[in-house]
Design a protein around this ligand. Structure first.
Ligand code: FEO
Ligand code: CA
Ligand code: CA
Length: 756
């Protein structure tokens, strides 16, 4: 959910706790150049006006040095016709393509689970598809049900179920009357909500060009907030993970707010726990109770939980049982072994799962750090070299990370009979880094471990071990002055060039100066008017757009951008970077907002999902937008990008209230042409488009439509005519009219490769 459409509960989707005073890039550089400049940069008012870009400076960035990776059949241009923006309550796709709804919230995952009635009376959600389908990966099956890298017609989809459509505590489409919107929440409602979060595995099969899922498949699996999981990596056994459930700190219970995904080179599923903090309650006296010496107090705040913070769903209020009490940070007993004071520390990791084996517990890979994880992108593995994984922390002003394994890649591990054992080998021991972007188009990955004296001797927060670094990662990254980014979301590695791309979805807190002042890597702050006179005549049909008239002022980096990083060797600490794409409305000012020359065929806002197709090399870009939803629903675009260094430097100049000027030089990639960036699909009303995987031949593509109709008022749950979306019921899928998150499959009507 994008912050531009905030309901009261949506603050749980975007906590904002990075108040550290890390100097941003320009301040650091200014400090080196001139103390006077630094002072000027620090005192300017946040409301300075943008003078406008000063055009290309002519100092082209150096050519990329990334290794070119051979790729079988990459597409050099996009073969389809771009589609228009749309506010229709349907999935619109490029001409020559068709879509089919495959697997929606509540669909049964066992042969004996009743069909989903979709009227709020359904139960047994641990045997049904969860809610808010998000990241998704393909795991092929052959005719004998064995793992297959080549099968194109039978597979398992592993899918994150991030959250649920909620208002005033309740997941209201899940309950017949909308549920209970005050505390205490009834256990009967909470039990359903605990089960609709997590992950599912579902078997799918094609007969001709018709796909279906198999409700009775023995491979089907649910992992929920209640499933036993194992703690792995440096934090295993830490005193900070000791709970009543696991007195030795080696086990934990469940996974929550699973957002982006990844697929390891050894064919397992990885999933990022993102906005987990919001599920936890802290009462107003919790700081006092814990006492000033408890370093957990600083950590709880840095991870978004101040004393007095309410929880998103009030699960902690549903009774005295462990299933509920564990969500209350402040219910302290005699010691950590008798209560859940540390429960929040058991969330915030990347979890790894063998999609083919439901008997094996999910493993929390603590070596990859603890933050608001989105996706995990693996560099192409090279025998004899470390495994490298890129990750982002999605909150305003948070950081980009990289993990480098201690073990060197052995190609035989790609086909192991014990893939989670292979995961232990590569993900449990290694080094975590955080990114620092310099304004000259170079950057540095800074080590987060006790080897780095800045971490080990940090005066602000005591790190005693690498377990502490794994658990309190954000505080370690603060210590080394990492660059505060505009909400890092998904990443992807371009199979053609090896360049790593990351979406920076937007940042309403980006200002000209101050702690989140514009810098080279996050260079835009501007004002956009949504709806009202600024809308370009689109008929505003949904409830939210009507409410937005006569126009709403949006500030900061309203539309987001996509940054990319090139390295000679992925394990190196030095990198080069540029900005591949500035998202924008087509009619925005081309000198300061629409810097990538976007048109009506490819303008977008809030890039979030980003997946490179292994078969075609297309960079698929998905949006989770609230800023441009007066003009269009969220969308999927296809891109064929170049490489880091293929553009030139852009200078932006901001005028402060006192008349002084701040100039930002940013290395920018070559602007995309009409053949290299096109809108492919637009979703129904109030949805996010997310998750993407494909069959190995590139002829079937799977994406998720998350939370259609999410801006329906809870009070209207009994009145289908008032729902802002009726999808997928209006596409002929399933019973009832309540909108449902769902997986769809896209095929070309002539059976061809998607995007060709
Ligand atoms: Fe779950 Fe940052 O998106
Ligand atoms: Ca606008
Ligand atoms: Ca996301």
């Amino acid at each position: 959910m994008n912050q531009a459409n905030l309901r009261p509960n949506d603050r749980y989707n975007e906590e904002d706790s990075n108040t550290t005073a890390n100097p941003h890039i320009d301040a650091v550089i200014s400090a080196r150049l001139s103390r006077r400049n630094l002072l000027a940069g620090g005192v300017g008012a946040a409301g300075g006006a943008l003078l406008g870009g000063l055009g290309l400076s002519g100092c082209a960035t150096p050519a990329a040095t990334s290794a070119v990776v051979a790729q079988s059949a990459p597409l050099s241009t996009l073969g389809f016709t771009a589609i228009s923006k749309s506010l229709a309550d349907t999935v619109t796709v490029a001409p020559g393509y068709q879509i089919q709804v495959l697997y929606a919230l509540g669909d049964p995952l066992t042969g004996s689970t009743p069909a989903y009635k979709n009227d709020g009376t359904d139960t047994d959600f641990d045997k049904r598809a969860g809610d808010h389908h998000d990241g998704m990966e393909w795991f092929g099956l052959d005719a004998n049900g064995k793992p297959s890298a080549s099968s194109t017609s039978r597979a398992l989809l592993a899918i994150n179920h991030e959250a649920t459509t909620d208002e005033k505590l309740s997941s209201f489409f899940l309950h017949a009357n909308g549920g209970t919107s005050k505390l205490p929440r009834p256990a009967s409602e909470v039990d359903k909500e605990l089960a609709i979060h997590g992950i599912s595995v579902v078997e799918i099969e094609a007969k001709g060009n018709r796909w279906s899922y198999n409700a009775a498949s023995p491979f089907n699996r649910r992992v929920t907030t209640m499933t036993d999981v194992l703690v792995h990596g440096p934090a295993k056994g830490s005193e900070h993970l000791v709970t009543k459930f696991s007195p030795d700190g080696t086990r934990a219970r469940g996974t929550v707010n699973n957002c982006g995904t990844g697929k390891t080179p050894w064919n397992t599923f990885v999933s990022g726990e993102e906005n987990w903090a919001g599920y936890f309650f802290r009462d107003a006296k919790d700081d006092e109770r814990r006492g000033k010496k408890d370093k957990q107090v600083a950590a709880l705040v840095r991870y978004g939980r101040k004393a007095g913070d309410a929880s998103r769903h009030g699960w902690e209020s549903a009774g005295a049982g462990d299933a509920y009490v564990r969500w209350n940070n402040g219910a302290l007993a005699a010691d950590a072994k008798s209560d859940y004071r540390n429960e929040m520390n058991t969330f915030g990791y990347v979890v790894e799962m063998d999609a083919y084996n439901s008997r094996l517990a999910v493993r929390k890979r603590t070596g990859l750090g603890r933050f608001a994880h989105e996706s995990v992108s693996f560099a192409k593995p090279v025998p004899g070299q470390p495994i490298v994984a890129y990750m982002g922390d999605d909150s305003r002003g948070e950081y980009m990370y990289k993990f480098v394994s201690s073990a060197r890649w052995d190609a035989a591990d790609a086909h192991s009979a014990d893939p989670l054992g292979v995961g232990d080998k590569y993900l449990d021991r290694g080094t975590l880094y955080v990114a620092s972007f310099k304004s000259d188009g170079t950057g540095q990955w800074l080590e987060l471990s006790m080897v780095n004296p800045i971490v080990a001797a940090n005066p602000d927060f005591e790190f005693k071990s690498d377990a502490d670094v794994a658990i309190f990662t954000r505080l370690a990254a603060d210590a080394v002055n990492a660059t505060k980014m505009d909400r890092p979301e998904w990443g992807g590695v371009n199979p053609r060039t090896g360049d790593f791309y990351m979406t920076l979805t937007n940042n309403s807190n980006r200002t000209v100066d101050g702690e989140m002042g514009v810098d080279a890597a996050n260079p835009r702050t501007y004002t956009d008017i949504k709806g009202g006179q600024q809308s370009s005549g689109n008929v505003q049909t949904n409830e939210y757009a009507k409410a937005a008239v006569p126009g709403k002022e949006q500030k900061g980096n309203v539309n987001g951008h996509i940054i990319r990083v090139a390295q000679t060797n992925p394990a190196d600490t030095a990198f080069k970077w540029d900005i591949y794409l500035f998202a924008s409305e087509a009619d925005a000012d081309k000198t300061r907002v629409n810097l990538s020359n976007l048109t009506d065929d490819n303008d977008l806002s809030a890039p979030d999902g980003l997946v490179f197709s292994p078969s075609t090399g297309i960079c698929w870009i998905q949006t989770d937008d609230g800023a441009m939803t007066d003009k269009t629903n969220c969308m999927l675009l296809a891109a064929v990008p170049g490489q880091v260094g293929d553009g030139s430097t852009k200078t932006l100049a901001y005028k402060r209230a006192d008349g002084s000027e701040k100039r930002v030089d940013t290395p920018m990639g070559k602007a995309p042409t009409a053949d290299h960036l096109k809108r492919f699909l637009v979703g129904p009303v109030n949805c996010e488009i997310t998750g993407l995987c494909e069959s190995p031949d590139g002829r079937a593509m799977f994406i998720n439509i998350q939370h259609p109709g999410e801006l329906t008022p809870m009070a209207d749950v009994g009145n289908p005519a008032k729902y802002t979306s009726h999808w997928p019921a209006n596409a002929g899928y399933g019973a009832g009219q309540r909108p449902r998150s769902a997986t769809i499959v896209i095929t070309k009507t002539d059976g061809g490769v998607i995007g060709s």
